[in-house]
Design a protein around this ligand. Structure first.
Ligand code: UD1
Length: 367
């Protein structure tokens, strides 16, 4: 008979690969009744449903259907809808939030105000850049959550520096690698490069969606221009996020990019085919957080188009480097010349994070 009900909150694409291994692990525990709550922050079939299917996740127990909006609308919408569930239909014993999206901070606030313990998975990451909406979500969530599960020592240090007491911090490692290991054979069998007409080992993968890169016309124009030139050196598969597609169209850049030789624009790709693409790529060009980690795990050069990263271990130990748009080409040439440094896998990025999290939660719930 389960003694603890746990809500696991899923909201947006980068959450799903963090939620899935933990969901599967908690499902096996007799003391735990785990329920999946989808806030609906991401709702397109290829941003949500397909990834749920790939990761073996069932339909959510609760779907809040909040959708897009301004930051306040989205955060407020999630809070209102999730509070109703906790008050009226299903008050859990614990709430687990993951990552740094608006729904993460929203559900953490709902839980702590109702005196329901909240655990944050992927706690302690800091870019130090408060212009980034995710940084605000990280600060808010870590300030109020009862239990902070961190992926790496730098995250522990950030929390200590902010005065978080030791008993709230537990290092569990990086759960993204659990998803990769769970799906490894399916990823290996997917053969996504062929489906996109590229040869394993001879193409780059591109993703871009940060407001700082795509919402400003001059910046996006520069990036589009660099990508066109880069595609003349090595074929690029660019999985275009809905936000980015909208901006490219709005700024009149889309048609030109679609015609550029060597550059293939595709819709967002689900987890298994995407990891199949990444694992055979020569390099990745991105502003994603997760891809910085996955490329470090796979020892693939990652050119991150950002001024800072909340994942510095991917630079100090891995294959990730921060690159200015104007230097993109010269960095690609470095990769093609075989001059990109190799990295190593950080400690506890081993596919066993979910096990450690289950053990931690079991202790904390007294089961
Ligand atoms: C959100 C997260 C970001 C994460 C990213 C991954 C926050 C603050 N940001 O950013 O941390 O890296 O998800 O994708 O939580 N849209 C669709 N279909 C969808 C989802 C969005 O068309 O399924 C469009 C909407 O028009 C929306 C825009 O994309 O306005 C941006 O979506 P939103 O959820 O606001 O933020 P993301 O940029 O996806």
């Amino acid at each position: 008979m389960p003694t603890s009900t746990v809500h696991l909150i899923a909201a947006a694409r980068p959450n799903f690969m963090k939620v899935a291994p933990l969901y599967h692990a908690l499902k096996k525990e007799p003391w735990c009744q785990v329920k999946l709550v989808h806030t609906g922050q991401h709702y397109d079939p290829n941003m949500s449903d397909a990834i749920f299917r790939d990761l073996g996740l069932p339909d959510p127990d609760f779907h809040l259907g909040v959708g897009s909006g301004s930051h306040a609308e989205q955060t407020g919408g999630v809070m209102i809808a999730y509070e109703k569930i906790c008050l009226n239909s299903d008050r859990p014993d614990w709430i687990i939030v993951v990552g740094d999206v608006n729904s993460t901070a929203a559900c953490a606030m709902v839980g702590t105000k109702l005196l329901i313990p909240v655990a944050h998975l992927e706690a302690g990451l800091r870019s130090g850049d408060r212009r980034m909406p995710e940084e605000i979500n990280r600060l808010v969530t870590d300030a109020i959550a009862d239990l902070l599960w961190t992926p790496s020592p730098d995250a522990d240090e950030n929390l200590r520096r902010e005065g978080v007491p030791e008993f709230r911090i537990e290092r569990v490692g990086n759960i993204m690698m659990d998803s990769y290991e769970l799906m490894r054979s399916q990823i290996a069998a997917a053969n996504a490069p062929a489906a996109h007409g590229v040869t394993p080992g001879n193409y780059g993968v591109v993703t871009l969606h940060r407001p700082s890169n795509v919402d400003d016309k001059a910046t996006l124009n520069l990036l589009a221009d660099q990508l066109k030139q880069a595609a003349a050196k090595i074929p690029l598969v660019f999985a275009v996020h809905p936000r980015t597609r909208k901006r490219l169209a709005e700024f009149g850049l889309l048609a030109d990019l679609e015609r550029a030789p060597g550059l293939k624009l595709v819709e967002p790709v689900s987890y298994i085919p995407f990891m199949s693409l990444v694992s055979s790529a020569k390099l990745a060009i991105t502003d994603s957080g997760g891809l910085q980690e996955e490329t470090t795990y796979l020892d693939i050069p990652c050119l991150t188009l950002r001024e800072n990263t909340e994942r510095p271990i991917t630079v100090s130990e891995g294959t990730n480097r921060l690159v200015e748009p104007k230097n993109l080409l010269e960095n690609i040439e470095k990769v093609l010349a075989g001059k990109w440094p190799h990295g190593r896998r950080p400690e506890q990025w081993d596919g066993k994070a979910a096990q450690r999290i289950v053990a931690s939660l079991r202790r904390r719930t007294g089961n």
